[in-house]
Design a protein around this ligand. Structure first.
Ligand code: ARG
Length: 458
């Protein structure tokens, strides 16, 4: 005879190997808080509709609160034979309250219960991530203030392209993380719809009030189809996908700074507290935090894949496969939260090596495009201007000169429309003064964006 909560129709005890194989308490114990909160709301609703007395409700709510404290103190023994967090809490309630405890699961199933728990958990996770993202944005924006006088080469194909304000780089990440925040906020709308009361898959013949539980739990609405509810994990695919993009943004930032810290680039210094050494090479100081930020993105992107594969082709409605959803979600969330947590101080404390940047700023013809635009302003068609400047660059390269080193006579030999004011368009710092289009890396537009960001973050 089985001793399980569901053991009524079983005549044999469960094989120990099956218990070990099917348990989820080893990873869903962290849903304890939201599970208790969900059960308390459910009990209140059951009393509202007359399925519990007021006394039973109060006993259940306060005993669940005691169980919450036991769990917080780490005094709840987790037992594989109790499968998951839901059964642990319910059986502890029954142990303490007897028949009153045996009424809690009225009009509910673990299928809607687990989805409710996950949604409550993810809702908090989204709010936490939003704060972490804002902190990282603030770090970039405050760097933006500090580095307004720095001009950096910007790259395409990892080849020097045009100069921009360093602040333009920092605000670039503020933009990316803003889209991440917006995406999470959008995902939150679909997370915040209540599954509770869908019961196993078909709803219930009991007079429950799903709108009440939704209201008690702060959900914005109630999901309308019980079959859809018991099978829906779209919100986890959305959530982890949003996390995947955060991880991708972080890994781009990490990769760029890893390059900048190399002897070859040498334009960024990471503080000792955020680097690690080598066990054999005494001179080494490695950007391991950045490397792991880049590397850990694999887990997050993997979690998205894991969830897609998990739900693909699954028949309606609940299947035990779905128990695996939490592993992917927790991994993605923990990883991104840890990376964001470290990103903020690294962003704040890294030092740009202004001397190295300035010594090399005029390398690589960063002003060629602006010279072409000078010709356009003088009436030269764009394609002709491109060709003229291309030839001048080739000449300068052969003569180991910069464009600004050419004499006015040499410029006029290339095109007679060129006048002495050409020199105002040459040199990286001049270029940054001239870039003026909305959203460009020039000093004027960047200052405007910086002011907008400062205002936005308050
Ligand atoms: N531990 C299970 C999960 O995470 C809870 C739902 C179990 N439902 C069931 N019908 N066996 O999915």
């Amino acid at each position: 005879m089985s001793h399980k909560a569901w053991g009524g129709r079983f005549s044999q005890p469960t094989d120990k190997r099956v218990e070990a194989f099917t348990e989820s308490i080893s990873f869903d114990a962290r849903l304890a808080d939201v599970d208790i909160t969900g059960s308390q709301a459910h009990a209140r609703m059951l009393a509202d509709v007359g399925l519990l007395t007021a006394t039973e409700r109060d006993q259940i709510v306060s005993t669940l609160e005691e169980i919450r404290q036991v769990i917080h103190r780490g005094e709840m023994p987790w037992r594989t034979e109790l499968e998951d967090i839901h059964m642990h809490i319910e059986s502890e309630l029954i142990r303490r309250l007897g028949d009153t405890g045996r009424k809690l699961h009225t009009g509910r199933s673990r299928n809607d219960q687990v989805s409710t728990d996950i949604k409550l958990y993810v809702r908090d996770a989204i709010d936490h991530l939003d704060q972490l993202l804002e902190t990282v944005q603030r770090a970039f924006v405050s760097r933006g203030e500090r580095d307004l006088d720095v001009v950096l080469p910007a790259y395409t194909h990892l080849q020097r392209a045009q100069p921009v304000c360093a602040t333009h780089y920092w605000l670039c990440y503020a933009e990316k993380f803003q889209r991440d925040r917006d995406r999470l906020a959008d995902c939150r709308k679909r997370v915040n719809v209540s599954p509770l009361g869908a019961a196993a898959l078909a709803g219930t013949s009991l007079p429950i009030n799903r709108h009440k539980t939704a209201q008690y739990l702060g959900f914005d609405g109630v999901a309308a189809n019980s079959l859809d509810i018991s099978s829906d994990r779209d919100y986890l695919v959305e959530f982890t996908s949003a996390l995947g993009l955060i991880a991708a943004h972080l890994s781009t930032w990490a990769e760029e700074w890893i390059l900048w810290c190399t002897t070859e680039f040498g334009i960024l210094h990471l503080p000792d507290a955020f680097t690690t050494g080598s066990s054999i090479m005494p001179q080494k100081k490695n950007p391991d935090v950045l490397e792991l930020t880049r590397g850990k993105s694999a887990r997050v992107i993997g979690a998205v894949q894991q969830l897609f594969v998990l739900i693909k082709g699954l028949p309606l409605a609940y299947n035990r496969d779905l128990q695996e959803d939490k592993l992917a979600m927790f991994t993605a969330y923990d990883t991104v939260a840890a990376c964001l947590d470290l990103a903020a101080p690294v962003v704040e404390q890294a030092v740009l090596k202004r001397d190295v940047i300035n010594a090399r700023l005029e390398d690589g013809f960063l002003d060629a495009t602006t010279l072409m635009e000078y010709l356009i302003r003088k009436g030269v068609p764009m394609r002709s201007g491109h060709e003229i400047v291309g030839k001048l660059v080739a000449d300068c390269e052969a003569a180991k000169k910069r464009l600004a080193d050419l004499s006015l006579a040499e410029f006029q030999a290339a095109n007679p429309l060129i006048e002495n004011d050409v020199y105002e368009s040459l040199g990286a710092r001049n270029v940054v003064r001239m870039l003026q289009s909305y959203g460009s890396g020039g000093l004027g537009p960047v200052k405007e964006q910086l002011a907008a960001w400062t205002k936005r973050l308050g």
